[in-house]
Design a protein around this ligand. Sequence first.
Ligand SMILES: [Zn+2]
Length: 182
Amino acid sequence: MPLTPLHLAPAWSVFLTARRKWSFAGLSIGSVIPDAEIPILYATGIETQTGHGIMHSLLGALTFDAMLAVLAVYLLYPALAGWWEGRFGTKWVHFGGVDVGDIDKLPRVIAGVYAGIVLHVGVDFLTHTSMPYLWPFAEPVSTFSFARDFWWLILVNMILLAALLALLRIHLGRMEDTAPGK
Ligand SMILES: [Zn+2]
């Protein structure tokens, strides 16, 4: 249970490793999409062995989650980025010196989405005592005994929150210096 938006911290860290290669939209949306099943599980009262459903299994993640995320990149992200730019200005659709308001080509989006999803289900390993990674082929994978302890959940969430705030502070709104000769 890292809170869903905190999954952006690892995704944005990966983006910064090669900011001209990764799709910011793909990584960002991929890193939060598996939790789309959580409200549905709550609303329908479906109980699962691990508290997670197919969107946190590798099979579901790499098919269903990825398809949803790619659709969201093309159908929702442009409107969101456009609104954000209109509200706050062009500078604020820059992250790490890259204009992240533009939509990347499909292969880059898919690569970003896959990386974001794998990061998400990987980070969830830290805060669950079992994960349905191999559903429907095998029983849930056990993690470690204190994964659901309150102190541990707070610690993991605090670290991710600190990382997210630091990333936002350092990289959001940072425009590349494109002056001639640079
Ligand atoms: Zn999750």
